[in-house]
Design a protein around this ligand. Structure first.
Ligand code: MIC
Ligand code: SF4
Length: 820
């Protein structure tokens, strides 16, 4: 039976009614994404929400975390004052396994090396009623698709590729750990009402073209920031030619255009996947609701009336693509690769080809790749490149072992890695080349930022479908076009590869894997959380201090970043993943990959006291020790990529006050706000050029900090000249309270405290009985209390702060004016 089936039944029992109500309120037909969004609002909607403007509170059905983000999320959750997670939640041990010698050995080593982290996660998950998928069980998004995702549902997950579940018709959004904490703490989760991009798929996938090529093409069209603040909703005849897992691939990689999430309407392919993954109960429920698990008819007839932007992709004409290097939006049709290699001097030799990952490790993906491997072997060919296979879950791995695909792929020369992230996130001990050696790799992952896979800045990483990756592994050449080119086999004959074929689902059922799962238990709350004393990997969190009510005056510039600054540049992964549960230690990687605009070098900053260049985190620590805050200036789409909140916590921990950039990526902007930092944007992006290395900055008017109101930045140059520029921000009233409280978690903690105090006089037994007997009221009741508590705390914060804040601010402003 499906996990949490009661919750799923509850969602379906009211879905149609909620949609009908929304249609009335909004007064028009609805898209599919809108139906799910409105149906999951915390409070019943009474008006149409304005896209890109209104903030809305949601009640997601479930949450997910992976080990590299769960550590920090759970450490924060400990402060939330809850006995257990308010919604079904799971954590997945997938990011910390280093790929080196193949699955068995790598997994064994990882379990030893990461013991304290795994023990910590297992214990804290048990304590708070969170399911834990042990190392080796699979990658978060594949496991979610196989077990938990359901059409019409809504979930959030502390990983940017959470939207993978859109392949099963779910709104699934990647967020930072602090957002997950909100939902687990039983609070509403907030999101700016998204815009809608409609992608109409016409024609039919065939030949070498695969679902991955849809998203590789779209990424090329929209670029890495083209989806920011928007949900991508797919529709059209073409959707039917794509399997459920193929749809998941497309939704997964929607993260690479910055989309809030992506979604496909419910169809037979999803129903088939649900049945095959042992969820016939959900399939039946979804089939009953099929008429509402898609957009209303008029949306499909007149899409331009309902979507903010429409893009049409004709699958009949779509070519296989290769995207890269260094950014996922550099899209090349395979037929243009020969020229691209020559013009750009890309190394043509493919040193390593890797298939799998959370994006592309379905049964169908592997079966199609195996079909190429099979014919290559029969035509006397073997892989010329190193070839690695990462199954997305134990369920897939065991099934492809049973059905023979693994053998074919290893016969071709492939090595099977653990069911984990591995080389996709830099957990890869590469033996074939030395760091600094320029080389090309091809993979079916999703991201290809510099250093991402192997920590080598000279590795050019190209993203492609598993089929194309397998063909390129056989050819050993980046410019090989399997649609037209011939290969020479061992006998000197010219042979050509036929287009791949693959079964979408296994003929027999999937091999089930439950041994990797620790389900929540009844008395779990008694569990002691395992954190060894003096651990260098785990550290309890201290709440960040509240804002002192004063303007920020004369802050030095820590760093002005030039060009791309993804979360991988701010807080690199790879070997640093080790410290994801230890804020002090992980902060040593802060900005290691970011390019200093004045020197052109990565990871260094000028220490204003000594005038020497040092690693950025060292300079920050010195400022912090002197009690001095600092700011960082960024370029476009700052914080693109991962959901890792470490990229926001580290600057906050080391004394950062504000990040001022030309624009921000959604998850990172929220993460900064949640941690009590100020993500601000230049009202005039050209002002970026005014920032000089020895400048100091005063951010004035913080006492009048209000939604939609600009803030003023006074830049003082080294020669004493000052300039004033205006900064925009996207804070709403509630988020400004996060800033004032020193971070969102501080607010949650005080709310819970207020709630506990309020509850005290109530007879304990009664409360417990009621909560057990009526699950539904359990969720509804605390809400009213919570919002009352919320108001109380907000008021209390205001009361305490109101007086001193005003006084000091006036003084500060006066001082600043005098200085001028
Ligand atoms: C990624 O693909 O970049 C990661 C590693 O999965 C991240 C999460 C993390 O940094 O822990 C993501 O996508 O959010
Ligand atoms: Fe893991 Fe890579 Fe997927 Fe991120 S994108 S969850 S690192 S496999």
């Amino acid at each position: 039976m499906t996990a949490n089936i009661d919750m799923i039944k509850k969602v379906y029992s009211t879905f149609q009614k909620k949609v009908d109500h929304t249609r009335k309120v909004v007064g028009r037909p609805l898209t599919y994404a809108e139906k799910i969004l409105y149906a999951h609002l915390w409070e019943k909607p009474n008006r149409e929400l304005v896209r890109g403007k209104d903030f809305a509170d949601f009640a997601p059905d479930r949450v997910a975390m992976q080990d590299a983000t769960a550590q920090m999320a759970m450490l924060q959750f400990m402060h939330a004052g809850r006995k257990e997670s308010a919604v079904p939640a799971t954590a997945h041990a997938d990011h910390l396994i280093v790929a080196q010698n193949g699955s068995d050995e790598d997994l064994k080593r990882a379990i030893e090396e990461n013991k304290e982290v795994y023990d910590f996660l297992a214990s804290i998950c048990k304590k708070y009623g969170v399911g834990f998928w042990k190392p080796g069980a699979g990658i978060i998004h594949q496991v979610i698709l196989e077990n938990y995702a359901f059409p019409g549902g809504m979930m959030i997950g502390s990983d940017s590729h959470t939207p993978n579940a859109g392949g099963l018709g779910m709104i699934a959004i990647g967020v930072g750990g602090a957002d997950v904490v909100d939902v687990m703490a039983g609070m509403p989760w907030e999101l700016k009402w998204p815009k809608l991009i409609g992608v109409k798929l016409t024609g039919k996938l065939s030949g070498w073209t695969s679902p991955k090529d849809v998203i590789l093409k779209l990424t090329g069209i929209l670029t890495v920031k083209g989806g920011t603040g928007a949900i991508v909703e797919y529709f059209g005849e073409g959707t039917k030619s794509i399997s459920c897992t193929g749809k998941a691939t497309i939704c997964n990689m929607g993260a690479e255009i910055g989309a809030t999430c992506s979604i496909f309407p419910y169809d037979e392919r999803m129903s088939a996947y649900l049945e095959k993954t042992d969820r016939i109960d959900v399939a039946k429920l979804a089939n009953k609701n099929a008429n509402v698990l898609k957009a209303d008819d008029d949306v499909y007839k007149n899409p331009e009336k309902y979507y903010d932007q429409i893009i049409e992709i004709n699958l009949d004409e779509l070519e296989p693509h290769l995207n890269g290097p260094f950014t996922p939006d550099r899209a090349w049709p395979v037929s243009k690769m020969k020229e691209a290699v020559v013009e750009n001097n890309f190394p043509d030799k493919v040193s390593v080809a890797l298939i799998g990952s959370c994006t592309n490790s379905s049964y169908e993906d592997i079966d199609r790749s195996a079909s190429i491997a099979r014919q290559a072997l029969s035509k006397g060919l073997k892989a010329k490149s190193e070839f690695k296979i990462t199954p997305g879950s134990e369920q897939v791995r065991a099934t492809i072992e049973r059905d023979g695909q693994l053998k074919v792929l290893t016969d071709l020369g492939g090595q099977v890695l653990a069911n984990a992230c591995g080389p996709c996130i830099g957990m890869w001990k590469r033996m074939d080349i030395k760091t600094g050696e320029r080389n090309t790799i091809v993979n079916s992952f999703n991201r290809n930022f510099a250093k991402r896979n192997d920590n080598n800045p000279e590795t050019l990483s190209f993203v492609a479908s598993p089929e194309i990756t397998t063909a390129l592994a056989i050819a050993g050449s980046l410019s090989f076009n399997p649609e037209t080119d011939y290969l020479t086999n061992d006998n000197g004959e010219q042979v050509k590869l036929d287009p791949p074929y693959g079964d979408e689902l296994p003929k027999k059922n999937f091999e089930k894997d439950r041994k990797g799962f620790l389900a929540p238990t009844k008395n779990g709350f008694k569990t002691k959380i395992a954190i060894p004393e003096k651990s260098d990997r785990l550290q309890l969190l201290e709440p960040f201090p509240a804002w002192d009510g004063k303007d920020f005056v004369d802050l030095p510039l820590l760093l002005k970043v030039k060009g791309k600054c993804t979360t991988d540049h701010i807080s690199p992964a790879g070997s640093w993943l080790k410290y994801r549960g230890h804020l002090d230690n992980i902060s040593k990687n802060m900005f290691l990959g970011a390019i200093n605009a004045f020197t052109g070098n990565a990871g260094e900053a000028k220490n204003q006291f000594t005038e020497f260049y040092q690693p950025v985190h060292e300079v920050a620590r010195e400022y912090k020790a002197q009690g001095i805050g600092w700011i960082v200036v960024g370029d476009e789409n700052y914080g693109e990529g991962s959901s890792r909140e470490h990229a926001a916590m580290e600057p906050r921990f080391l004394g950062g006050k504000a990040i001022i950039a030309k624009s921000f990526a959604r998850i990172h902007e929220t993460n900064l706000k949640k941690q009590g930092m100020l993500p601000l944007t230049f009202a005039d992006p050209n002002d970026y050029d005014k920032i000089q290395e020895d400048d100091t900055f005063s951010l004035v008017g913080l006492n009048e900090f209000a939604p939609e109101k600009q803030l003023k930045l006074i830049i003082k140059h080294k020669d004493g000249q000052t300039e004033e520029i205006m900064l925009n921000h996207s804070f709403n009233t509630g988020q400004i309270e996060w800033f004032k409280a020193g971070g969102a978690l501080n607010l949650i903690a005080s709310k819970q405290k207020a709630k506990v105090q309020k509850k005290k006089p109530v007879a304990k037994k009664k409360v417990v009985k009621k909560a057990v007997a009526k699950k539904i009221t359990k969720k509804v009741k605390p809400v009213a209390k919570k919002s009352a508590a919320k108001k109380k705390v907000v008021k209390a914060v205001k009361k305490v702060k109101a007086k001193p804040v005003k006084k000091s601010s006036k003084k500060t402003v006066k001082k600043a004016a005098k200085k001028k």
